[in-house]
Design a protein around this ligand. Structure first.
Ligand code: DCT
Ligand code: MG
Length: 401
């Protein structure tokens, strides 16, 4: 299937660009002098971050600390840990001493203290304490269910509930449809989706979409477009070459998936997109394109490769359930939606911050608004958007910030 292979090829660098002006990160293994790392940008959109993370021992801890801060609604510390993790992910080699990170942006005193602990003891006592915390454990477990956010998790925790079994047996808890699906398919959808599985789903979606509309435009987005080996779901963007023809497209796709007997769950949201309301200032909001959150049935025989489906040992079913997101913007919004849905979340967050702080522009999944010129800037490709922002183009596989 050529479009999927193209997406993957795009995600897998054959020839690595050697002339990097925006990120010329030196090697930091040798405890380089402070000013050697001075040209690492504070913005992820000015760094190149592949899936190869040399500092996982630090970034895993930072991400757990960020998550814990998020549960405590400590927005500042949460963002600070995520930014620190993101900077460390972009480094070309492992950090072996604190001197090597001097001059790097986004690494505050708190982060440095955690790194020092890891460098000295090989572990972080702070994070180990958090991992043992009853509330953290419960919130992490509850939010691992599809359809359960931090607010619901907190509510359940406050009612004294601690395990998924307790949630399911508590008579006073009313699960919504999405949460019921989340519990029903929990063991499958809490398991990572492999690239081979994503590719198989790409074939199914492509066949379905093109059966309905042969000229539809389809793209793989999310982590798999960035070249990740595993993900929690598979994300796709689809549109029609002619404006307005995308209306109703998703509903047809959903019907067709149901007819094929592979639609296990579907949450459809119609478009609330309104050109006259652009630009939106609420960056962190969901975009308003028509979209659907699906759970699809993937058969063993559809997945290429020796390993086939990701399943528990002893699971003899010939299929698994997989989470799939489909988003269908109008074609003139396609580039913005593609950029937003390709992620990573941190890359997108920093693109928006950069646009606002450095360029007096507002960027979201729908548009780029120039506050000085008081107009929306048009774009047909992601490259157009980077150019408007005065940024060097960053390939999808370099956006794993
Ligand atoms: N995104 C967005 N608006 C949303 C949800 C997501 O713009 N309402 C963006 C952020 C990242 C991207 O879309 C894909 O989202 P995820 O699937 O959550 O992230 P991922 O990078 O694909 O990670 P994973 O591999 O875990 O799926
Ligand atoms: Mg994803």
């Amino acid at each position: 299937i050529s479009w999927f292979t193209d997406s993957m090829r795009e995600a897998r660098p054959v020839r690595v660009e050697t002339r990097h002006r925006i990120q010329n990160t030196p090697t930091v293994t040798d405890c380089s002098p402070p000013n050697a790392v001075a040209n690492v940008s504070q913005y992820a959109c000015q760094r190149r971050t592949t899936t190869e993370n040399h500092n996982k021992i630090f970034t895993d801890v930072m991400e757990e600390l960020a998550e814990s801060s998020e549960f405590n609604e400590s927005k500042g510390p949460c963002l600070a840990f995520r930014q620190a993790a993101s900077v460390l992910k972009s480094l070309p080699s492992a950090v072996h001493c604190l001197e090597a990170i001097q001059g790097l942006p986004c690494l505050g005193e708190h982060t440095k203290a955690v790194m020092e602990e890891i460098l000295t003891f090989g572990r972080s006592f702070k994070v180990e304490e958090i991992r043992c915390d009853e509330r953290y454990q419960a919130l992490k477990l509850f939010t691992s269910v599809f359809g359960v956010g931090p607010k619901t998790a907190e509510k359940w925790y406050r009612r004294g509930l601690r395990s998924l079994k307790e949630i399911l047996t508590e008579p006073n808890i009313q699960l919504n449809r999405m949460q019921r699906a989340g519990f029903l398919y929990y063991s499958d959808i809490s398991k990572a989706v492999s690239k081979a599985e994503a590719k198989a789903l790409g074939c199914i979606i492509e066949e379905t979409v093109h059966w309905i509309a042969p000229d539809a435009i389809l793209a793989l987005t999310g982590g798999f477009r960035r070249g990740k080996e595993y993900g929690h779901d598979v994300d796709f963007l689809l549109t029609m070459p002619e404006m307005g023809k995308e209306e109703g497209l998703l509903l047809h796709v959903i019907d067709r998936l149901r007819d094929q007997g592979i639609l296990l769950y579907c949450e459809y949201q119609g478009s609330t997109f309104d050109v006259s309301k652009l630009p939106s200032c609420r960056f962190e909001d969901m975009d308003s394109f028509q979209k659907c959150f699906l759970i699809l049935r993937l058969e063993q025989g559809q997945v290429e490769g020796e390993r086939g489906l990701q399943r528990d040992p002893g699971d003899s079913r010939g299929w698994r359930a997989v989470r799939v997101d489909l988003v269908a913007p109008p074609v003139d919004r396609y580039a913005f939606a593609l950029l937003g849905w390709t992620g990573s979340r941190q890359f997108g967050r920093d693109l928006r911050t950069f646009a606002q702080k450095e360029r007096q522009m507002l960027l979201d999944n729908h548009a780029l608004y120039d506050k000085t010129k008081k107009l929306c800037l048009p774009a047909t490709t992601e490259k157009d958007i980077f150019a408007h922002l005065g940024l060097e183009y960053v390939e999808p596989w370099q956006r794993n910030a």
